[in-house]
Design a binder for this molecule. Structure first.
Ligand SMILES: C[S@@+](CC[C@H](N)C(=O)[O-])C[C@H]1O[C@@H](n2cnc3c(N)ncnc32)[C@H](O)[C@@H]1O
Length: 278
């Protein structure tokens, strides 16, 4: 019998009609990136954010570019399965597309708490083998790690890349983001990777207060920008690879193409990548 090494495991995990009357981070982010998976309410908030903080689009792109560099790096380092937490809508250069440019057999389990993001993901990835989309809250690691879309697709007895890109600012201090990250690190095997980017609020040109206030329109409320020390506490359980904890734009940047403007961004997100020690 030929065993399909690449079973399709799409969890039909959306239990209810999503709330499309309120803007969502996933859809506003899609709008910022120039995608098409968002509605009028998301565009309205996205435009308000751009008016208040014109750098939000370059900051979103900077984060996406960091995702591309990290995933490429990790696949070259031997990681062939990913758990992408707070993945958003998997369009516009998402993890499986980036990873499969290096290794076409990479598996990716996407997880997001936003019902519309998950529903869009299921539609977009309906024919894609080796990819799943699960509706779950990353602050409940046990639920995430038991979701069928995760357990059926990933082999958690082998190293896995745990990705948390631009999502932990959505987890308030009251939900203990440091403890949440530590639980994932403790539940994956040595050799697994952790990659995090986190809104910093350090760019003097970014009105963080305005961004926070506007993000209060999201169902889960305002984002929380965090300092370098706070991000360091989150990634304490892994051995960071060079260049350590830096701004996302400084993490192994690609050579600048000629004509590309210099110095547009400095510090929208902090970022770090490391491996779980043995
Ligand atoms: C700014 S987007 C980032 C998307 C993607 N990770 C990236 O970097 O391109 C933040 C995403 O995190 C999701 N999110 C926020 N809180 C979450 C939670 N507690 N559990 C899972 N996903 C969450 C949002 O729904 C949204 O899709």
């Amino acid at each position: 019998m030929v065993v399909d090494p690449f079973p399709r495991r799409l969890t039909r995990s959306v239990p209810a009609v999503p709330d499309v009357d309120r803007p969502s981070s996933a859809r506003v982010y899609d709008f910022m990136l120039g995608g098409t998976s968002h509605g009028a309410v998301d565009r309205r908030l996205g435009r308000e954010m751009i008016d208040a903080v014109p750098l939000v689009i370059p900051i979103a792109r900077e984060n996406r570019s960091f995702l591309r560099r990290v995933v490429t790096y990790l696949v070259h380092a031997g990681i062939d399965q990913f758990l992408d937490l707070g993945s958003g809508i998997p369009t516009m250069g998402s993890t499986h597309e980036v990873a499969r440019r290096v290794d076409p057999e990479v598996r990716v389990a996407y997880v997001d708490v936003d019902l519309v993001a998950v529903a869009h993901g299921e539609l977009l990835l309906g024919n894609e083998k080796g990819v799943s989309v699960s509706w779950a809250d990353l602050t409940r690691p046990e639920t995430v790690l038991e979701a069928p879309g995760v357990t059926d697709l990933l082999d958690l007895s082998r190293p896995v890349g745990v990705l948390m890109f631009s999502v932990l600012q959505h987890v308030p201090d009251a939900q203990d983001p440091v403890g949440v990250v530590a639980r994932y690190v403790s539940q994956v095997v040595p050799g697994s990777a952790l990659a995090v980017s986190h809104l910093s609020g350090d760019d003097p040109r970014v009105d963080v207060d305005a961004l926070q206030t506007l993000s209060g329109a999201y169902p889960r409320g305002e984002v929380t920008p965090r300092s370098g020390a706070e991000l360091a506490a989150m990634v304490e359980g892994v051995d960071l690879v060079d260049p350590g904890l830096v701004y996302a734009a400084q993490w192994r940047p690609e050579p600048r193409r000629s004509g590309q403007p210099e110095g547009e961004l400095c510090c929208g997100h902090r970022a770090a990548v490391g491996f779980v020690p043995g």
